[in-house]
Design a binder for this molecule. Structure first.
Ligand code: DAH
Length: 339
């Protein structure tokens, strides 16, 4: 019996060496350790042994069983490890591989121009003040000396929400709000979105303006001109000249229209400036005393200058964009050209 167990143990060891996969390992377990297995058969044979030999053989059988179990467990662990390694190799991530690279974004041409304009003005001591886009008729028109039914309202084709509420048609609305809330002297700019019922290559129903307002004692046209010269030179280059032409706005008196040396031909005359060498860009003037009084500022003590202009126009000229609407379509091909 002892001999038989020893042989069985040797045989199992040899056979286990040949086991190369999980399926044959399972067959091996059944063959040796299963209910109908070889070890069980030997255990059954113990009935025929003399009583004093039984404990000795029993211990031996347990020993052999333990050995075989240990060896199969070890084999199983080997298979498990191999399986895991196979799985890891399949999902291998090479962290040393060079990155594929990613596309760099860029600022919208309009954001770039706003940044430039705002930075220049802040450097000159202006404070940025914003106002609502859905505005009261009062701030957009009446407080700026444009009463209801006044013909000058026709200069702007306004979107009305109700009789008294509208989408602001000019950032000048913020002038009125600022005068009513700030204590003079002050210098503000107000960049933002405005709306008019107009759409073609040079007009979009949504566009952008930047307003400027300075209130102080002894303000004159000279202050306006020198300040705008600095701003336009920072925007279009140091060789830029500006010129004033008499004009009319209800909120300024006198009013001027401001032309800037054509940024494309630098004054030579080209298609963009229709041969004039200048480009019309801003409206400006000395704040009408009526507007000061309406908004609570003592017009005997204080004066002011104001200006306003289309920022989209600046972005278009600086980037040779011919249709204003292409700036708001967000076509990625257009935006890529602007990088
Ligand atoms: N708000 C005017 C417009 O949209 C532009 C303008 C003209 C603004 C004269 C001003 C100004 O502040 O003084 O056409």
């Amino acid at each position: 019996m002892q001999e038989k167990l020893k042989m069985l143990s040797e045989q199992a060891k040899a056979e286990l060496k040949e086991v190369k996969d999980v399926a044959s390992l399972n067959n091996f377990k059944v063959k040796y350790l299963g209910k109908q297995g070889l070890l069980t058969e030997i255990l059954r044979g113990m009935r025929d042994l003399p009583a004093e030999q039984r404990p000795v053989i029993g211990a031996l059988v347990n020993q052999v069983r333990q050995d075989i179990e240990n060896q199969t467990a070890q084999k199983q662990a080997e298979f498990d490890k191999m399986e895991l390694e196979k799985e890891l190799a399949k999902n291998f991530i090479d962290i040393t591989e060079p990155a594929k690279g990613h596309e760099k974004g860029a600022l919208h041409p309009l954001s770039k121009v706003f940044d430039l304009l705002i930075d220049s003005c802040v450097a000159m001591g202006f404070k940025v003040v914003e106002g609502p886009e859905v505005e009261l008729d009062y701030f957009n028109f009446e407080a700026l000396n444009i009463p209801k039914n006044h013909p000058s309202r026709d200069m702007q084709d306004t979107f009305f929400v109700t009789d008294n509420i509208l989408l602001r048609s000019q950032t000048s609305s913020v002038q009125a709000r600022a005068m009513q809330t700030l204590k003079p002297p002050f210098k503000i700019i107000s960049p933002g979105r405005v709306y008019r019922n107009d759409s073609d290559a040079t007009h979009s129903p949504v566009f952008h303006q930047m307003e400027g307002l300075v209130i102080d004692e002894n303000i004159s046209m000279a202050d306006l001109k020198s300040m705008l010269t600095v701003l336009m030179r920072r925007t279009f280059g140091e060789q830029t000249q500006i010129r004033f032409r008499p004009s009319f706005f209800p909120f300024t008196e006198p009013s001027v229209e401001v032309d800037v040396t054509c940024p494309s031909c630098h004054g030579e005359g080209c298609r963009l400036c229709k041969g004039t060498g200048f480009m019309e860009l801003l409206g400006a003037g000395i704040v009408n005393p009526k507007v000061l009084e309406e908004n609570g500022i003592d017009s005997k003590k204080y004066r002011g200058f104001a200006f306003g202009f289309g920022v989209d126009r600046v972005a278009m000229v600086k980037n040779s964009i011919s249709d204003i609407r292409s700036m708001f379509k967000n076509d990625i091909r257009f935006l890529k050209q602007m990088k």
